[in-house]
Design a protein around this ligand. Structure first.
Ligand code: BGP
Length: 461
């Protein structure tokens, strides 16, 4: 069967500054939390590989953009590194960074690739983390200033802006599960960080509306549909709470301008409500997005708790539910994530039915595989599994569009194998293979296939 996509569909990939630019202490860049944490605890990173060099895009930007062309990109998302632009977090702008991002945007334009620019991808400047990071309202204000600078400086070259990528991830990983810096485990502080992030988002959207920048602004959320083990009311409640905490905590305020009442009640009941000042909620109410990026990797399956929470342990979201492993589930063993293609459709249908069918696109989807060199044939990675993974998801995206969802594009994670936070280069996600020792780039089978996909605006099968 032919899967043809609407005219003008965005085909491309996503990356982020910290994960692929490298030059972490070059070009006038200041340290961010990743540079700092790696200097303190290199053992927390796979094979002790840190963020200094990564995929060296900073030095290879021109030829890498040619590789994007060669793999069929008509659009590409990356982030601006806040600590490259403002090394001390806020006062002095770094002219080398301004120059670099202008050159990148010009090169993308010359290559016919539409830039999608995100402002924050997990990479707090260290100078601002020292002031409290997202726990501090001063940092929220600094984010608005940073956003305003970007809109003014680069606004004439960018039509698609995003404030945050997966804002719930720094909340979970940095303030609940000890997986990202600052490694705090404290539910109440996590909620405050989440609220301030949302406030920073709304502040940036308001700067965008006040600026002369054209185009659209949105947010990128990792929507993990919450599936209950059964239709038993206790399992349903477990799924509802997981959905409130991990999806609706950002989705509702970003799209509808308000928090779900059920979330507010849940937080109030457990004395977790964040501190909120005078106009905060009205700012959030006024600054709704134009476009929603949906990152989809895996579903979240939950069931009612099977034991009482340990009263000695710190409170975590798992106070409210247990994780559930569905028998017979398909899994990517390298990442430990379930593969459930229909989840991408369920996300889009949910947006159609419950969020005014706002414009969306798939802003990340992808498959990380370990030891990919074992699949090298005739010098190229023969990653048929990745092609199948993409097709299996695209069929569901196609169906969602057929059924009226306003999904405008599909970006794979990622363009070239890049540095995956604590997993560093363990799992490879790229359309292009990176040889870490030589920095040599080679297009994978999936890269050739992706080009055909984009040229044909669809695929057979
Ligand atoms: C998303 C992030 C990306 C990327 C991807 C793959 O959550 O937005 O930054 O890293 O996941 O995950 P990982 O790198 O942890 O394997």
């Amino acid at each position: 069967m032919k899967h043809q996509f609407p005219e003008g569909f965005w085909w491309g990939s996503a990356a982020s500054a910290t994960q692929f630019e490298g030059a972490a202490s070059e070009g006038g860049k200041g340290p961010n939390i990743w540079d700092h944490w790696f200097s303190q605890q290199p053992n927390r990173f796979f094979n002790g590989v840190g963020p200094e060099v990564t995929s060296d895009f900073y030095h290879r930007m021109e030829t890498d953009i040619e590789l994007m062309q060669a793999t069929g990109h008509n659009s590409f998302r990356t982030s601006i590194s806040w600590s490259r632009l403002f090394p001390d977090g806020g006062n002095e702008v770094n002219p080398e960074a301004v120059d670099f991002y202008h050159k990148m945007l010009d090169k993308l334009d010359a290559a016919g690739i539409e830039p999608f620019i995100n402002l924050y991808h997990f990479d707090m400047p260290m100078a601002l983390q020292e002031q409290g990071g997202w726990e501090s309202r001063e940092v929220v204000k600094q984010f608005s200033r940073y956003a305003r600078f970007c809109f003014e400086e680069f606004g004439s070259k960018v039509n698609h802006w995003f404030t945050f990528n997966e804002p719930v991830v720094p909340v979970e990983m940095g303030y609940l599960y000890d997986a990202h810096y600052p490694n705090v485990v404290d539910f109440k502080r996590a909620v405050q960080v989440g609220f301030h992030t949302m406030l920073a988002h709304a502040g940036a959207v308001s700067e965008f509306r006040a600026s002369e920048a054209q185009g659209k602004i949105g947010i990128i959320l990792n929507l993990t549909p919450s599936y209950p083990r059964s239709q038993h009311p206790a399992d349903l409640r477990a799924a509802e709470v997981a959905d409130l905490l991990f999806n609706r905590s950002f989705l509702d305020p970003a799209v509808k301008g308000e928090y779900p009442q059920a979330l507010v009640e849940l937080l109030r009941e457990h004395e977790l409500l964040p501190e909120c000042q005078g106009d905060d909620l009205s700012l959030i109410a006024c600054q709704r997005i134009d476009l929603l990026g949906v990152n989809y990797y895996f579903p979240r399956r939950v069931k009612a708790r099977e034991s009482l929470p340990n009263p000695e342990a710190p409170m975590l979201p798992e106070f409210f539910f247990d994780h559930y492993e569905m028998p017979g589930r398909k899994i990517n063993p390298h990442r430990g994530w379930e593969i459930y293609e229909k989840g991408i459709y369920d996300c889009l249908v949910n947006i159609r039915d419950n969020y005014g069918n706002i414009d969306t696109y798939i802003s990340e989807n992808g498959m990380g595989v370990e030891n990919e060199e074992r699949f090298i044939r005739d010098g190229e990675v023969d990653d048929q599994y990745r092609i199948d993974f993409i097709k299996d998801h695209l069929r569901w995206v196609h169906r969602a569009i057929d059924e009226g969802c306003h999904c405008r594009g599909y970006h794979l994670w990622t363009f070239i194998d890049n540095w995956s936070w604590c997993n560093a280069y363990k799992n490879r996600y790229g359309l292009v293979r990176l040889d870490l020792k030589t920095q040599q780039r080679t297009i994978k089978q999936s890269g050739h296939w992706f080009r055909e996909l984009a040229l044909n605006n669809g695929f057979d099968g």
